[in-house]
Ligand binder design. Structure first.
Ligand code: HEC
Length: 253
């Protein structure tokens, strides 16, 4: 009986909900540091991810739900965050004369979007829209694996009989196998501050980890709570089992 309970509890927590899902093209599944019951974010990975966002993705994509002060989760102190925020120009206003004005960023500001609005962004890409990245890992099934696969899945030469429209790129992980985003990452696309080898896998792994943190900064707390509840249930089950044994032992005598 006890074995069964354990089995059910463990199966429930450790089983993969996507076990039976069938995909057209299988995603490149990664070993994320934030996967599983012991999932954690790795600060160094997240810091590198921020650098990738800053130097590459932010040219086209906003992250408007992310505030500078939240970067303390990545291990930055208040002064560092203030200095970082100040490197951005934020539009504010109106002032006493009714004019909008620019001022240096503050820790409570959100990340700045590269386009003033959706229409301007769309106009820049022939109608395709570079979505805001704040919550994107949650927008797709297996979001982190999907975005990783997309970033590493570009193919220079589409299959022979494939008719690639002008200005689009071949990527088997995207709907219809074409995408309007030019391949943003490649080996040594940037130089990491911490000296890590910036190959395509590393760059993609780091940016996706960063995006997942931005979408779900509470993950770590949630998982450690889950673990505590699980431990509590196990202890409770054991106690109940021992108590039952005692009671029955007395009755059987
Ligand atoms: C030169 C501009 C540009 C850069 C730089 C860029 N993107 Fe994009 N991105 C786009 C455009 C345009 C689209 C919309 C593509 C479409 O709908 O065909 C897009 C779409 C996406 C999507 C959505 C894909 C989907 O299935 O809907 C993701 C995810 C994404 N970009 C991630 C990134 C990441 C991460 C980076 C940085 C490493 C990045 N992008 C850099 C222009 C860019």
């Amino acid at each position: 009986m006890l074995k069964k309970i354990f089995f059910i509890v463990f199966f429930f927590f450790f089983s993969n909900p996507n076990l039976f899902a069938v995909d057209e093209i299988s995603l490149k599944e990664q070993n994320w540091t934030f996967d599983g019951v012991f999932g954690r974010y790795d600060k160094e990975t997240l810091q590198r991810g921020l650098q990738v966002y800053q130097e590459v993705c932010s040219v086209c994509h906003g992250m408007k739900r992310l505030r500078f002060r939240e970067l303390k989760d990545l291990g930055f102190n208040e002064e560092q965050i203030k200095a970082y925020a100040e490197t951005f120009e934020i539009q504010d206003g109106p002032n006493d004369e009714g004019e909008m004005f620019l001022r240096p960023g503050e820790p409570s500001d959100s990340f700045v979007s590269p386009y003033r609005n959706k229409e301007e962004a769309k106009a820049a890409f022939g109608g395709a829209y570079p979505p805001d990245l704040s919550l994107l890992t949650k927008a797709y099934k297996n979001g982190p694996d999907y975005i990783y696969s997309l970033l590493t899945g570009y193919e220079e030469n589409p299959p022979k009989d494939f008719d690639l429209p002008e200005g689009l790129y071949y990527n088997p992980y995207h709907d219809g196998n074409v995408i309007a985003m030019p391949p943003p990452l490649y080996d040594d696309a940037i130089e990491y501050i911490d000296g890590t080898d910036a190959n395509l896998h590393q760059l993609s792994y780091d940016i996706v980890s960063f995006l997942n943190w931005a979408a779900e900064p509470e993950l770590q707390k949630r998982k450690s709570l889950g673990l505590k509840v699980l431990l509590f249930l196990i202890v409770l089950t054991l106690l109940l089992y021992v108590t039952m044994k005692e009671i029955w032992a007395r009755i059987e005598k």
